[in-house]
Design a protein around this ligand. Structure first.
Ligand SMILES: NC(=O)c1ccc[n+]([C@@H]2O[C@H](COP(=O)([O-])OP(=O)(O)OC[C@H]3O[C@@H](n4cnc5c(N)ncnc54)[C@H](OP(=O)(O)O)[C@@H]3O)[C@@H](O)[C@H]2O)c1
Length: 247
């Protein structure tokens, strides 16, 4: 996916967290910061983190960086062979207590999402963090296995179902990171015609709608699950990066 947003159109004030989930200051990071910069000196030993979409792009680097800093990463992918090959560096560079396990997840299939969530629930192992990263961009018109428009169905509805099913596994104070995009500014969610049944299909509009939905989901999830008014928000509507950080 190659999406280059306008760097002048940053997130709304207050969207970027002042601190990382570990309480470290995020001040000083910018478009050229790498994952290694962001995690320098951070020890994630004991943290269990679910990352969706670890077979390509940002998800692969996210998994690598987290494991290299000691996190136990559960990487979800629809193509396990592709994910296994892509995440070799994550396994090779994992810190002694860190590591990466893969689970199958096709966000374009509710049956797959339920099976993945059921498998994770059955282990009873809690998560400190869930990173909803996987996504399709500017896909040709199509539908998920359940008949939803592909991008809205995959990027939003898929993560919506997965995360809501896994909420009981989120530790108190745990967080959900939802990867949105600056593209969300260009399209609102259309609840009247989410599947483009009456509106001419446009692949970028469909993507942007799904990214707006990602943010709205994060905000509402935060509102519903925030431990208390003074608690740390469990959910961060992530902004897009002009250049995805590479370690
Ligand atoms: N790159 C950017 O400039 C940019 C900017 C703003 C926001 N974002 C957001 O960042 C996230 C990652 O983007 P990226 O650039 O890393 O994209 P990418 O390189 O295209 O990787 C997307 C990942 O999502 C997975 N995925 C797609 N459909 C899936 C499905 N049905 N079920 C499970 N996994 C699926 C892909 O799996 P396969 O390998 O099987 O296709 C791949 O692992 C997306 O949510 C995107 O909207 C990216």
């Amino acid at each position: 996916m190659n999406e280059i947003p306008d760097p002048n159109k940053g997130p709304a004030a207050g969207f970027l967290p002042a601190t990382s989930p570990t309480g470290q200051s995020t001040a000083g990071f910018g478009a050229t910061s790498t994952t290694n910069d962001a995690l320098e000196g951070v020890d994630l030993r004991g943290q269990r983190i679910l990352v969706t979409g670890v077979s390509a792009g940002i998800g692969v680097e996210t998994a690598r960086a987290l494991a290299a800093h000691g996190a136990r990463v559960i990487g979800a992918a629809r193509n396990l062979d592709k994910a296994r090959a892509a995440t070799e560096p994550a396994r090779a560079q994992a810190a002694p207590h860190g590591g990466l396990d893969l689970v199958e997840l096709d966000l374009a299939s509710l049956a797959s999402i339920r099976a993945c969530a059921d498998g994770l629930l059955a282990t009873g192992k809690p998560f400190d963090l869930i990173i909803a990263n996987a996504g399709v961009m500017a896909a040709p018109q199509g539908t998920t296995a359940d008949g939803f428009e592909t991008q809205f169905g995959t990027n939003h509805l898929g993560h919506f179902v997965l995360i809501n099913r896994l909420t009981s596994l989120l530790k108190p104070g745990g967080r959900v990171v939802s990867l949105s995009s600056a593209g969300h500014r260009a399209a609102d969610v259309d609840l009247e015609d989410p599947n483009f049944e009456r509106t001419p299909y446009n692949e970028l509009t469909a993507y942007r709608r799904s990214k707006t939905a990602n943010i709205l989901f994060a905000m509402e999830f935060d509102r519903r699950h925030r431990p208390g008014a003074s608690g740390q928000p469990p959910s961060i509507p992530a902004r897009s990066c002009p250049r995805p950080p590479r370690g």
